[in-house]
Ligand binder design. Structure first.
Ligand code: ZN
Ligand code: ZN
Length: 336
C-alpha cells in the first residue's frame, strides 16, 4: 500500500510502499477513503509539536471502512463505515477519561502525530476510539468534521452556546467555515471577521449576517451595533493580533474561545475582562461523545463542508497551498 510520510521536522512529504499493517488486540484495520488536511498537519511538518514521533504518517481527519478486526474486538464488523479524530487513544481510567474529556488525558496518543494517521491507504486504529459514520455523510464530507468540525462544536458547547447567541468567527478556513455552518444550524447568528476582503461573499453565502474586514475596520466598533457585541467569539485563525483586536467586541458576559494556537501570547486588557465579566478560554478538539454528536448533528441538518478534493499523491501540494491560504474550505485527500 501507499503511505505519505514525514521523516522529520521541516522535511518534504515522501511516499513509501509499505506492507498493510495488521490489527493487534483491540484494534481494527481501516481502509482510508478520505483524510482531511488540517493546519495541525502543517505544524507537524514545521516541527511545532515537541512530542511528535518521526517518521510519521500525518492525518487525523479520517473517514473509511473497517477492513479487518483484531482479537477481542466486539461490536465492529468488517464493512462498517467509521471515522477517527486526533484522539487515537487515552488511558481510559483517569478522571478526564471517565468524564468525556479524553482529550485532556495525560496519556493521550494523537492520531497522525504520535501514531501513524490517515495519509495512507490502510491504517490501524484502536477499536474503542472510532465513531460510526451516519449513512447520510459521504467520506469526503465527513472527514473535515473529525477535527475542524469537532473542535468548533466542542468549543461552542464548552463556551455555553445557546440558540439565538451572536457568534463572531475569526478566520474562514477549515475551522472557520464549519463554525459558520454549525452555529447557523444551531440557530445562532453569525459575524465573520477576516483579514482577507475576498472572503466576504463566501461568509455571507454560508449564512453570516455580517462581515468585518480586520485590516480596515475595528471589530469592537463594527459589532457595537450588533446588540452590544458577540456572545461568543471563536478564534480559529492562529493570529494573536486579530484575537486582541476582537476581544473588546464581546458582549457583557461574553467568551472568546481560542481554537487556533498563535506563536505569541494573547494580551487582553484587564479592564475589558473585569468590567464586562468577559472570559478568555481555550478549547482542544473534543471527546468521543462530542465526535458522535457532531456527526449526528451534521447528518440531521444536512451540513455540507466546503471541500477541495485531492489525490493522496498531492499531500505535499495540499500542505503547501494551505500554508499559502490558497485552499477554499478544507483540502481532503481521497484514496480511491
Ligand atoms: Zn486538526
Ligand atoms: Zn485518561
Amino acid at each position: 500500500m501507499k503511505a505519505a510520510v514525514l521523516n522529520g521536522p521541516n522535511s518534504d512529504v515522501c511516499f513509501e510502499k509499505r506492507d498493510r499493517p495488521a490489527p493487534g488486540r483491540g484494534e481494527v484495520l481501516l481502509r482510508v477513503h478520505a483524510c482531511g488536511v488540517c493546519h495541525g498537519d502543517l505544524m507537524l511538518q514545521l516541527g511545532q509539536f515537541p512530542f511528535a514521533r518521526y517518521p510519521i504518517v500525518p492525518g487525523h481527519e479520517i473517514a473509511g471502512v473497517i477492513e479487518e478486526v483484531g482479537e477481542d474486538v466486539t461490536g465492529l464488523e468488517p464493512g462498517a463505515r467509521v471515522g477517527l479524530s486526533a484522539l487515537f487513544s487515552s488511558c481510559g481510567f483517569c478522571n478526564q477519561c471517565c468524564n468525556d474529556d479524553e482529550f485532556l488525558c495525560s496519556q493521550m496518543q494523537f492520531t497522525g502525530i504520535t501514531k501513524d494517521g490517515g495519509y495512507q491507504e490502510f491504517m490501524v486504529a484502536s477499536a474503542e476510539y472510532v465513531a460510526p459514520l451516519p449513512d447520510k455523510l459521504d467520506f469526503a464530507d465527513a472527514a473535515p468534521l473529525m477535527c475542524a468540525g469537532l473542535t468548533v462544536f466542542s468549543g461552542l458547547r464548552h463556551a455555553g452556546f445557546a440558540p439565538g447567541f451572536r457568534v463572531a468567527v475569526i478566520g474562514l478556513g477549515g475551522l472557520g467555515h464549519l463554525a459558520v455552518l454549525l452555529a447557523r444550524a444551531m440557530n445562532g447568528r453569525v459575524a465573520v471577521l477576516s483579514t482577507s476582503a475576498d472572503k466576504r461573499d463566501q461568509a455571507l453565502a454560508l449564512g453570516a449576517e455580517r462581515f468585518i474586514n480586520l485590516k480596515t475596520e475595528s471589530p469592537s466598533e463594527a459589532l457595537r451595533g450588533w446588540e452590544g457585541g458577540a456572545d461568543i467569539i471563536l478564534a480559529t485563525s492562529p493570529v494573536a493580533d486579530s484575537m486582541v483586536a476582537a476581544f473588546p467586541a464581546l458582549a457583557l458576559n461574553g467568551t472568546m474561545v481560542v481554537l487556533g494556537a498563535p506563536a505569541e501570547n494573547i494580551a487582553v486588557s484587564p479592564f475589558d475582562l473585569i468590567m464586562g465579566r468577559r472570559r478568555l478560554m481555550g478549547s482542544p478538539a473534543g471527546s468521543r461523545k462530542d465526535l458522535r454528536d457532531v456527526l449526528e448533528f451534521a447528518a440531521t441538518h444536512n451540513l455540507r463542508p466546503t471541500v477541495t478534493r485531492m489525490p493522496l499523491e498531492d499531500a505535499g501540494k495540499a500542505l503547501r497551498e494551505m500554508h499559502e491560504s490558497k485552499i477554499r474550505g478544507r483540502a481532503v485527500l481521497i484514496m480511491q
